[in-house]
Design a protein around this ligand. Structure first.
Ligand code: PLP
Length: 415
């Protein structure tokens, strides 16, 4: 009954105006740096792998709040843990024991890293990791990969190119070197031209903004070697990719970073970010040490995110990691076989998938929007960039269904 009422709102939310006549939300949309190209539907309910919107649709949720809902919507055990934490006080101004629990679970999966500091988003985690790297090395420059996305802090916006750099100072832009993905020689030359200038190399092993092209092992190993040789901090940004291996995607690569940033799934669907790292570096944010960096936040390490995240990690066992990855591999195979003749391909790894025109490094916005709406009309909800992620409530049948709907959507766009 409630659902029916919400699905037929008396007023189109896009028409709501403030006293001076403006829509209350610019463009009516604030969920992502990407837009879907036309007025968005609004979500009103989620359960398991399903989401219902205000236009009367029931959708398979393969957006999963930008991959963070590893166990789908309103998972009973996560909801119970979050509710329990909430009923004893949403947050306090001194540390809480839930932080220790999540720290133990997270670091238990990252055996080469010693300590963690929680934040409220992946953006914050990356921002802090860069500052830790700069403080510990006494250097300023940062290497990123071209087109990589690491959130919306100023340094992180630079690799997105001119449109992302608006509002960022020249000084910040000049501090960042963007290396083409997998171009080992470029990377080597950039570092060796000024090895004492670089504080950090930051890598996302499966960069969605670069069309979900995988970084080669050779490129990552070269980054590791150069970082070690020249005293540069290697940051691996696993805000999205942590889900791809029990020990993160870097574990699958067999490469250990000095700092690892993460977020999304480790909050069980609540706001979170984390910088994990070697003790020597994490000493920079140890408040018992004189001159430590100011790091913290009103909601950092809040009990609700910590409690929900602990259950989420506990439930995401090695078996579940493998099961979801296998389902993703199967879906990729099915969809690829159906769309290859239409000049499209499905990229990604394990439980992260994305359909792109074959060979494309950057997908134009128009195509991106068309595919999003074609998927939506077939009851499949992806991210605005059409990144699809699987969640543990999904079984083989559901993932087959996702593959069918996605292939249909791609063919509709490709024709
Ligand atoms: N780093 C990577 C690799 C991401 O994919 C994202 C978000 O999608 C971020 C950082 C930023 O995280 P958040 O959106 O939680 O700020």
């Amino acid at each position: 009954e409630d659902l029916a009422a919400l699905q037929n709102p008396a007023e189109d939310p896009h028409l709501r105006r403030g006293p001076r006549g403006f829509p209350l939300l610019p463009g009516g949309y604030g969920r992502s740096t990407y837009y879907t190209g036309a007025p968005s539907p609004y979500a009103i309910k989620g359960e398991g792998y399903k989401v219902w919107d205000d236009r009367g649709r029931e959708l398979i949720d393969a957006n999963n709040n930008f991959t963070s809902l590893i166990h789908g919507n309103a998972h009973p055990e996560i909801t119970e843990a979050a509710t329990k934490a909430l009923t004893t006080g949403a947050s306090w101004g001194i540390p809480n024991l839930y932080e220790w629990e999540l720290a133990e679970l997270l670091l238990g999966r990252l055996p080469e890293l010693d300590q963690v500091r929680f934040a409220n988003s992946g953006t914050e985690a990356v921002m802090s990791a860069i500052r830790i790297a700069r403080a510990s090395t006494g250097r300023e420059r940062v290497i990123v990969t071209k087109g990589g996305y690491h959130g919306t802090s100023e340094v992180a916006l630079v690799p997105g190119g001119p449109s992302y750099q608006r509002g960022v100072t020249r000084g910040v832009i000049d501090d960042v070197t963007a290396v083409p993905l997998n171009d080992i020689e470029f990377l080597r030359q950039a570092v060796e031209a000024a090895p004492d200038a670089y504080a950090a190399i930051i890598l996302d092993l499966l960069p969605n903004r670069a069309g979900l092209l995988t970084i080669t092992k050779e490129f990552v190993r070269t980054a590791r070697e150069l970082a070690t040789r020249y005293g540069i901090v290697l940051i691996i940004d696993e805000v999205i990719s942590l889900r791809l291996g029990y020990n993160g995607f870097s574990g699958e690569y067999g490469v250990s970073p000095d700092l690892l940033t993460t977020g999304k799934l480790i909050g069980g669907g609540f706001p979170v970010g984390a910088v994990c790292g070697k003790a020597e570096l994490m000493a920079e944010v140890d408040p018992t040490r004189p001159g430590s960096l100011p790091h913290g936040g009103t909601f950092s390490g809040n009990p609700v995110s910590m409690a929900a995240g602990s259950v989420a990690l506990r439930l995401y066992t090695d078996d579940e990691v493998k099961r979801l990855n296998q389902l993703g591999d199967n879906a990729r195979e099915t969809v690829n076989s159906r769309v290859v003749d239409a000049g499209w391909e499905i990229r990604g790894s394990g439980s992260l998938l994305r359909a792109v025109p074959a060979g494309a490094e950057k997908v134009d916005e128009h195509t991106q929007h068309k595919l999003w709406w074609a998927s939506y009309e077939r009851g499949l909800l992806g991210s605005p960039a059409n990144l699809l992620s699987l969640s543990t409530p999904m079984d083989e049948k559901v993932v087959d269904d996702i593959a069918d709907r996605l292939a249909d959507a791609v063919l509709a766009v490709a024709l």
